[in-house]
Design a protein around this ligand. Sequence first.
Ligand code: AMP
Length: 627
Amino acid sequence: MSKVIGIDLGTTNSCVSVLEHGEPLVIPNDEGSRTTPSVVAFTREGDRLVGQIARRQAVTNASRTVSVAKRLIGRRYDDDEVQKSLDLVSYTIDRADNGDAWIQVDGKSWSPQQISAIVLEKMKAIAEAYLSEKVTEAVVTVPAYFNDAQRQATKDAGRIAGLDILRIINEPTAAALAYGLGRRGHERVAVFDLGGGTFDVSILEIDNGVFEVRSTNGDTFLGGEDFDNRITSWLVEQFAIETGVSLVGDPVAMQRIKEAAEKAKHELSSTTETEIHLPFVTATPSGPLHLMAELSRARLEGLCADLIDRLEGPCRQALSDARLKPANLDAILLVGGMTRMPRVQEKVAQIFGKAPERGINPDEVVAVGAAIQGSVLKGEVKDVLLLDVTPLSLGIETAGGLFESIIPRNSAIPCRKSKVFTTAQDNQDMVRVHILQGEREFSDDNKSLGHLEMHGLPPAPRGLPEIEVTFELDANGILLVKARDKGTGKAQSLKVISNSGLSDGAIEQMIGDAEQFRDHDAERRNVAESRNRLDGLIYTTRRSLDEYSELLDVADDRAIRDALTIAERAMTARDRATVAHAHEGLAVAAQRIAESIYASARNGPSSDDHGGNGPTLALGGELVDDE
Ligand code: AMP
């Protein structure tokens, strides 16, 4: 049975884990790191880079380097959160035809799903390299506070990446699973998850292997990036005060400052003061300018005080929804890199009245939980049951633009609930059910998920028809809506028009594109390997030619030199055929060198003049190797 992997698809970093012999294992990537940056870059030549290599070149290729796609996934372009992102990223975010936020690189549009798919594909490849087998199934985590559209979009990303996503689980729930595996007894835990882009808090009850989420809350737009941006703005401001030069419009400088800001933030988690040096940050007519600043932990905390304060509301709400007081909690688990910041830990201790647990790796615990859930779904891990909840109420729009909840927030999933509605006008032959998610009284203030239309109602006075609307929420937190006319009981034609997300056709197209890219990558690797071989052959041929040219007749010498010229030109070719053709031509021509050497050895005074000659043997090796 092939393995199910657990993937924590993070805003900043992703992590992949698998259970081996019942023990969770975090799989390191090809560079030996246990987490991989969720960064995708496109080079000027059209190559695609993922992970550390993409992150490393972000400074010099800022407009083609896509990070934090998770902040855009499943969101409309007009979304406040997307609008806020426009100034924070150095690539272009655009409105797609369906109104979603898409990414533009060199005139090509990419959905955030496609970018996430590239990251997922990378995590899949990391696992496959380690396990030496194909991986097709995964459990992927999302912030508990992700709505239906964001979950659906994450699932679509999996499909594009060629992964069957068995289950989407909430990050805090995954963390609790990892913490609670093998623990017996009854515990109430709060999971506080502050990552690169999002903040989640969940309260769970763990009872002898049953993990029940009691409540969940959070802020999908509060995370480490906001802290980085505060430091970045401060640095830019300081620089402007000192030099009179604004760096705002300089993407390379801004990217460098952003990276330095994040590094300083990390350092200030273990020291109280740090220095930021960016030599040659910009050039002016009077010469280059350097950025130098000192940042103390106290100042960082001052710059981010309001962000820290925003952590409190969701925690209080989660406690109140779970009908618990801080004193009822047995443990507080910290998840996400940002929880390494001392001020964040202090805030957690202040809110919950106790110090958080130690000994849990906040970067890995979510992926580990996902791998455990994968094994639970496969029946490999028994005695573990996960009962999750939906983070936001789901309902429909009723007369006057009001929002009527059908599944209230924090309901256990999977679940199914129905309500009966009626028509607002006489002889209404069609109803349009507007499906929404959120906690506000009016539909306009909530997130629209889509519409479902029911046609062919018989003529009737208003208020008479009884239309039953059923919401089914699956274990992934993904919604299916049905409407039925109770009066006629007849089958009705139902059509769901999704407001957002990708149609099946678009996903199929993207799967095709991704496969094409995989082929393209494989082809590029082939070309690179062929070029390496050709390079070796050019080198050995040149050396042999220098050494033995006097043994060659003029025609052979000419033919070899011509073949060398063609081969050198082919070194810049991007297609395998040209490179292979040049290799073949040169190999055939170069054989004349060996033939002349042996002919001369047979005829010459001493047979060991050139015997055992390195380059000639290497040349022979090349020829055999290539065939
Ligand atoms: P995650 O999404 O869980 O990978 O969290 C990544 C976030 O944690 C990023 O904003 C990082 O800058 C931040 N982070 C990682 N390590 C530290 C650290 N030592 N101190 C403060 N923040 C950190």
